[in-house]
Write a protein that binds this ligand. Structure first.
Ligand SMILES: C[S@@+](CC[C@H](N)C(=O)[O-])C[C@H]1O[C@@H](n2cnc3c(N)ncnc32)[C@H](O)[C@@H]1O
Length: 339
């Protein structure tokens, strides 16, 4: 079936699937760091965790199945009682501790219903530093309840020695009430006729867009995380060359962003189809390092980047710069970046 021209969802041909399948790793015995670095391991995390090397992870990003009835291609997750979900989380998390460096940071995603269970398990093994709540605009309305529009990410560390780069994740915000002191702007600047402020990122993120069909990072995965969200986590909690490990990788968002930002990765995912999409995205990341909503080293509020770039003086948009390799106009491409 042909897709609409504005539909950017990544597709995989049979030929591509065949080629990417040869790149998947399956572990039968204990592996060294070199053997798994930059790889997607297509296996059950329960089967593979004991075969992974010790202390190779700088940043552990975990986006597990939430405590919901959910189908992930051929596998389904069934909602359980909260104490059962706590036990399920513990059953694999306890085994990942061996993989972490003493300086590692850990991020674990959850929805409102699973959040308390994740907190409990995190407290057992880590120093819990914060809970980030992000607004997810995509959500079903309900006539009997509040629409579910938020998710939590628990931020923990192994010790008091850890990487945190707040300057790498600043948000460029419009100034609503530009305050002056002695006639001079107080903590804001004017650029191309608009006023903005660079602010430190808080634990409430309202600038995230969940991938949808017109975004070039979109895939058929039902719960794909946005690259912008991973970019914040990876920039704040790792340095170039560090290793990001993701045991429930889906279509590989963590590894793709790690690659775009000069980090290493190891990913595990049980569903072959998702692994193949991840490999295609990694291939795309070789030539396209853009991350929607992140430009010139700063993050932009949702839907404000295009406005800003359009206001820049014309010399910044030379005729040649207006077209990208795949024929999109630069402004269209930036419109996609800003989501
Ligand atoms: C919430 S999704 C992760 C989505 C991912 N963050 C992304 O951006 O694509 C959870 C993933 O865990 C995978 N999964 C579930 N059980 C697993 C297991 N036992 N071992 C490895 N992967 C598993 C599912 O197939 C699903 O793709």
């Amino acid at each position: 079936m042909r897709k609409a021209s504005a539909n950017r969802t990544i597709v995989l041909s049979d030929e591509e699937k065949k080629g990417f399948r040869t790149l998947l790793l399956k572990l039968q015995k204990s592996a060294s760091t070199e053997e798994v670095l930059g790889k997607i391991i297509n296996q059950d995390i329960f089967e593979v965790v004991s075969l992974l090397p010790s202390e190779f992870v700088d940043l552990l990003f975990i986006d597990p199945p939430y405590n919901l009835d959910k189908k992930f291609n051929n596998h389904s997750f069934k909602r359980m009682a909260t104490d059962e979900y706590v036990k399920w989380l513990d059953s694999w998390l306890s085994k990942t501790i061996r993989l972490l460096k003493p300086t590692a940071s850990i991020y674990i995603c959850s929805d409102w219903f699973s959040s308390s269970a994740v907190h409990l398990v995190c407290e057992k093994y880590f120093k819990v530093r914060n809970r980030i709540t992000f607004e997810r605009e995509k959500g079903r309305g309900s006539s009997k309840n509040w629409k579910n529009n938020s998710e939590d990410i628990w931020f923990c560390t192994m010790s008091d020695k850890y990487t945190f780069n707040p300057d790498a994740v600043k948000l460029k915000k419009k100034v609503i009430a530009p305050y002056r002191e002695g006639g001079k702007p107080k903590d804001w600047v004017e650029e191309n006729g608009e006023k903005f402020r660079l602010t430190y990122s808080s634990n409430v993120w309202t600038d995230i867009t969940i991938p949808f069909w017109s975004m070039p990072e979109n895939t058929p995965h039902p719960t794909q995380k946005p690259e912008k969200l991973l970019a914040k986590i990876i920039l704040a909690s790792s340095n170039e060359g560090d290793v990001v490990f993701d045991p429930f990788a889906g279509v590989g968002t963590s590894g793709v962003v790690a690659k775009k930002l000069g980090r290493n990765f190891v990913m595990v995912e049980i569903e072959e189809e998702y692994c193949l999409y991840a490999l295609k995205r990694l291939q795309m990341a070789e030539t396209d390092k853009t991350i929607q909503g992140y430009y010139d080293g700063v993050f932009y509020e949702r839907n404000t980047l295009i406005e800003r770039l359009a206001r820049r003086p014309p010399k910044r948009h030379s005729k040649t710069a207006l077209f990208t390799k795949n024929g999109d106009t630069k402004i269209e491409k930036l419109a996609l970046l800003q989501q």
